[in-house]
Design a protein. Structure first.
Length: 372
C-alpha cells in the first residue's frame, strides 16, 4: 500500500499539479429529461472552464471540481438540489439554475442559507428582485420580449401575430413583455393559446390560429414542444406563416427539423458577433466537443469564470463572495468574458445584448439584419 501511495504522489508530480485540496463548484441544470440538450451545453461550458483554470494552476493552488447537479428543469427537483447544496458547508457558490421555474424554486433556499448563485440562463423578470444572493449573466425576459417585438415590427414588418405559450414562468414572462411592446409598435395580437409541458397534440389550437390568418406565430417556449408545434402547423396547411421564438427554441432538435426552415430566435451569444476574447473559447470548444458552442455553453463558461474569480479574490466565505459579486456594478469593474462585459445592478441583473439567428439550409446562421 505504501509503495502504491508513493507511486500516486510521484505520478501526480510528474503529470501535473499535486493538488492539496479541491474547490467544489456545483452546476445545477437539467442533465436528463426533456431539456437535457440544454444541459449538455451547460455541462460542456462548465467543464471546459474548470479544465482551463486547473491547467493554469487552479484557484490559489487548489483544483476546481465541477459538481453536476441534475434538477430536470423541475421546481421540486430544483428545491431538493438547492437544499442539499445550501446545507453543505463546503459549497460557497452555485452556478445555476437554467430554467426560470427552477431558479424561482431554489432562490428562497439559497437566500435563507446566504449562499450566492449565478444563473447563466434564467430570464424571468422577478428573479433579481427576490434575493441579494442571486445573480445572473443573462438578459431578462422583459428586455428579450421587447426586443423581439421591435424586431418583428421593424425588421420583419409583421402586422398580425398570434402567441402560443407554455404555462411556466419563462414563457409567460416573455409573452407579456412581447405583447406590451407589440401594442406600442402597432402589431395586432390576434389571439393567444396555452399548453402544458406534457402536451403533444397542438392541432386544436393551431386550427384556431389558421383561421385568424396571422403573419407569424410567436412561440415563447422550449424546443421540445416548439418543434412539434411547427411540424403540426405545417401538416395543417399553415404554409405562408413565419415562426419565431426566444432563446428557449435555440436547440438542435429545432434546427434539424426541416419544417422549421426560416424560423428565427433571439440569443445572447453568436460566435460571429462575439468579441476577440471569445475566439479562444470558440476554438477550444469545437476541438474538445466537435461542435460549435451554443449560448448555454458560453454563458456557463463565463458564470464559472466569475465564480472562480470571486473565490480567488476573497476565499470561500459565502458572504464575502456575495459582496464581491455585488461590487461588480459598473462597466469599469466588469468581468470581461466570452459573452462580453458582465456587471450587475442592485438586483443582480445584468445588461447584455441580444442577437437574432435563423435557420437556413438546416443550420443556424446569423440573421442578415440585426436590430440596430
Amino acid at each position: 500500500m505504501k509503495k502504491f501511495m508513493s507511486f500516486l504522489i510521484v505520478f501526480g508530480l510528474l503529470t501535473g499539479i499535486a493538488w492539496a485540496d479541491s474547490i467544489k463548484i456545483p452546476v445545477a441544470s437539467p442533465f436528463t429529461g426533456q431539456l437535457a440538450s440544454f444541459g449538455e451545453g451547460v455541462k460542456n461550458g462548465a467543464l471546459l472552464k474548470a479544465e482551463e483554470i486547473n491547467a493554469a494552476g487552479g484557484i490559489n493552488g487548489k483544483k476546481v471540481e465541477i459538481l453536476l447537479e441534475d434538477e430536470l428543469c423541475d421546481p421540486k427537483e430544483a428545491a431538493t438540489v438547492a437544499t442539499k447544496l445550501a446545507n453543505d458547508p463546503g459549497i460557497s457558490i452555485v452556478v445555476g439554475h437554467l430554467c426560470s421555474s427552477s431558479s424561482l424554486a431554489a432562490l428562497p433556499i439559497y437566500r435563507a442559507a446566504k449562499l450566492p448563485a449565478i444563473s447563466p440562463a434564467s430570464t424571468n423578470v422577478t428573479i433579481g428582485q427576490m434575493s441579494p444572493y442571486y445573480f445572473r449573466n443573462v438578459y431578462r425576459d422583459d428586455f428579450q420580449g421587447q426586443f423581439l417585438a421591435k424586431y418583428a415590427a421593424r425588421v420583419k414588418g409583421f402586422k398580425r401575430v398570434v402567441v402560443f405559450y407554455e404555462v411556466n414562468d419563462y414563457s409567460m414572462g416573455l409573452m407579456l413583455a412581447f405583447m406590451k411592446e407589440a401594442k406600442k409598435l402597432g402589431i395586432k395580437v390576434l389571439g393567444t393559446e396555452a399548453y402544458s409541458s406534457d402536451t403533444t397534440d397542438f392541432k386544436p389550437q393551431l386550427t384556431k390560429f389558421k383561421m385568424m390568418k396571422p403573419d407569424a406565430i410567436f412561440i415563447p417556449g422550449y424546443a421540445p414542444q416548439g418543434t412539434l408545434i411547427v411540424s403540426q402547423a405545417r401538416s395543417l396547411g399553415i404554409k405562408n406563416v413565419a415562426f419565431f421564438g426566444a432563446d428557449g427554441l435555440d436547440d438542435d432538435v429545432v434546427v434539424k427539423n426541416p419544417d422549421a426552415e426560416g424560423l428565427f430566435v433571439t440569443t445572447p451569444f453568436l460566435p460571429d458577433k462575439a468579441g476577440p476574447q471569445a475566439a479562444g473559447f470558440i476554438k477550444a470548444y469545437r476541438k474538445k466537443y466537435g461542435k460549435d458552442a451554443n449560448w448555454f455553453a458560453a454563458n456557463t463558461y463565463d458564470a464559472v469564470g466569475m465564480a472562480a474569480a470571486a473565490i480567488k479574490a476573497v476565499g470561500q466565505d459565502r458572504e464575502k463572495i456575495r459582496n464581491y459579486l455585488a461590487s461588480i456594478n459598473s462597466r469599469e469593474k466588469a468581468y470581461n468574458g466570452v459573452t462580453g462585459k458582465t456587471y450587475f445592478d442592485k438586483n443582480g441583473d445584468c445588461l447584455k445584448e441580444a442577437f437574432v439567428k435563423e435557420i437556413k439550409g438546416g443550420k443556424w446562421v446569423s440573421a442578415e439584419k440585426q436590430l440596430q
